[in-house]
Design a protein around this ligand. Sequence first.
Ligand code: BGC
Length: 257
Amino acid sequence: MNYKKYLGIDIGGSGIKGAIVNAKNGELITDRFRVPTPNPSDPSSVAKEIKKIAENFKWKGSIGVGFPGVVLNGVTKTAANIAKDWLDINAEEYIEKATGCPAYVLNDADAAGFAEMKFGAGKGHKGLVMLLTIGTGVGVVMFTRGKLVANCEMGHVIMPNGQEAEKYMSDGTRKDLNLGWDEWMKRIDEYLNYVHSLFWPDLIIIGGGLSKKLDPKNLPFTVPVKVVPAELLNEAGIIGAAVAARKLKFKALEEKE
Ligand code: BGC
């Protein structure tokens, strides 16, 4: 098995994207290949699309997959923006069966966090780093001393205004309510100030589609801590999933023993 190259896949609200990644330096070895997220987005329909991505790359090695919900030991436990049929599914077994490739599945924000901490805006930071991925859903990931606190799910906290954060300031909500830029930024800023008051992070990284729209020199936030846009933009999820798939190497070695 090649322990350097992995197929990284990011399951998103509107698209499933994949690329072959060099997990040592985080570089994409191929272009990204994207298929629309099927509707309904149940496990077998999504697994079929993942199979298409693997076939597109004629891929036979390990696959890392970022999933938009809580994942415990390969089992998907929540499904806010994907079909509820995913609840309590062994996603790794499912994807392995569909593709014939060993699969490692983790939360999508955790995947993006791995990538930003290893190769992007969080590189070398030892303090409390909080990364937000703002898309159809809101993913939040925290690292302290470079170690991940997995499955944070802080996109679902109830804000002091009584609203669930994700429903108040996600990109999905922006589209649904047709919010203008200033109103959307104001809502995100309100959220940042709230989570800041709870965790006092040393650095906040803004990821997801929004990261490429932000001007790093003129960020519209009042939160009293350094805020930076993610550096790996929309590719963080794919890169991080591929990096995380390296864990399969250790699983394989453990099983051999
Ligand atoms: C989910 C998280 C996920 C985020 C981004 C949220 O709705 O609960 O697990 O990381 O969306 O996809």
